[in-house]
Design a protein around this ligand. Structure first.
Ligand SMILES: Cc1ncc(COP(=O)(O)O)c(C=O)c1O
Length: 416
């Protein structure tokens, strides 16, 4: 008996497993030193409680013992839930009657991760390519390779906005999709309307030249969490072959309930077949359908009032703390991550961690994250996100954790 070779390799690869390993180390460190002495910024696990309405609706639904309450259902999900999700997308994307979605444009999924896996299984032939701007959610590598596809990371501009020219240069006859995530995990960047328009025109042009107009897959679990009044660009009015995948993990703080959905632009050239394919792959991947209970819950709670000021405050606090430590970062426009540049070493003995990265020298962020661990500060190295020389701090942690980390972070920087 043996574990498959490629799975062994993937499990042990430095970039992919490091965040989970860090999360587990965090648990051990907290047991050893106490919760308040460990500054764990490793994982994007929302610590804000779900809105009150979730608890009310959960209680109501728990009392429902009608026939078929726990039965199998159509693989795409309950009609009433898909109708509600279509309303949500129409609202977010400002879609009026003739371009609006209905329940037939939606498949319910097992979180955004399940949605991406259903989509990639539906659209990827072996060796097909999915272009993704850097930085990107580390798990995308697995979601694409699960189905024999190749993830093609493409550099972004210095401020992590889209480098459309770089995307254009990466397009090939194998490009099946471009995958964007805005607000971005880990950079917090929101891609501007003008960049999306430019991207759309490049993709249309590619379609004209090759006969294949790629899908634009928009992974949007952080859409509702934005700062300084920033709005997330609505992609459906700008590009026909667009798909939204999302979940209620972050906006309603329900990551463990594994509930999300896939929505296709009604103007997509194969919208009907795409939905049929995603319904089929949801079934054959073994999900069968998204969790029944929480399909009922989100149908009633998708537009619950949520106050995200908790994240706004933390964002302000952590940017202050990191700035005061003398570490550079990208100002987040949304989500709850701070993407920081691993500082160049000051001490002679650490100069060995300066590495050559093409046209620039950067700091080996794995070494810097190891150094931070000596101060009980846990952060995720940027290489997993396609950006060596950076590290990510997830600030969905208590204000005390952020405040109390100020001194150890300064000490860590000074002793590097
Ligand atoms: C950008 C991005 N996409 C997808 C996911 C997966 O979300 P879910 O828990 O809904 O599967 C995450 C989770 O952190 C994420 O950050």
């Amino acid at each position: 008996m043996a574990i498959a070779k490629h799975i062994k390799e993937l499990m042990n690869s430095k970039g992919s497993s490091v965040i989970r390993k860090m999360f587990e180390e965090g648990i051990q460190l907290k047991a050893k030193f106490g919760e308040d002495k460990v500054y764990d910024f490793s994982l994007g696990n929302p610590d804000m409680p779900p809105p009150e309405k979730i608890y009310q609706v959960v209680n109501e639904i728990a009392k429902d013992n009608s026939k078929d309450r726990h039965a199998y259902m159509p693989n795409a999900g309950y009609t009433e839930t898909r109708k509600a999700m279509a309303d949500k997308v129409n609202f977010e994307q400002n879609l009026t009657d003739d371009s609006a979605l209905n329940e037939n444009h939606v498949v319910m999924s097992v979180g955004a991760a399940g949605a991406l896996n259903s989509v990639f299984k539906a659209i990827l032939n072996s060796e097909d390519e999915v272009i993704v701007p850097c930085p990107f959610f580390a798990e995308y590598r697995s979601y694409v390779s699960n189905f024999g596809g190749n993830l093609i990371p493409v550099k972004s501009k210095k401020d992590f906005s889209l480098d459309v020219e770089a995307i254009k240069n990466a397009l090939t006859s194998k490009t099946t999709a471009v995958l964007i995530n805005s607000p971005n995990n880990p950079s917090g960047k929101i891609y501007s309307e003008s960049d999306i328009k430019e991207l759309a025109s490049v993709l249309y042009e590619h379609g004209k030249n090759t006969g294949i107009t790629p899908y634009l897959i928009c992974d949007e679990p952080y859409r509702a969490i934005t700062y300084n009044g920033k709005k997330v660009t609505s992609v459906f009015p700008l590009y026909d072959n667009a798909v939204v995948v999302t979940s209620f993990a972050k906006n309603l703080s329900l990551p463990g309930e594994r509930i999300g959905f896939i929505a296709v632009n009604p103007k997509c050239e194969d919208a009907k077949e795409f939905i049929a394919a995603c319904t089929y792959t949801t079934r054959t991947l073994g999900y069968v359908n998204a969790p029944a209970f929480f399909q009922k819950v989100v149908a009633k709670c998708w537009n619950a009032d949520v106050d995200y000021s908790m994240y706004t405050n933390r964002c302000k606090m952590i940017t202050e703390v990191v700035k005061n430590a003398g570490i550079e970062f990208v100002e987040p426009e949304g989500a709850f991550y701070l993407f920081c540049k691993a500082p160049m070493p000051i001490l002679q003995e650490n100069k060995q961690f300066i590495i050559n990265n093409g046209d620039e020298e950067i700091c080996d962020e794995f070494a810097f994250c190891d150094h931070l661990k000596k101060y009980n500060i846990l952060c995720a190295p940027g290489s997993g996100f396609g950006c060596p020389g950076y590290f990510r701090m997830a600030f969905c942690v208590s204000e005390n954790t952020i405040k109390n980390c100020a001194e150890p972070l300064q000490l860590a920087k000074q002793s590097w």
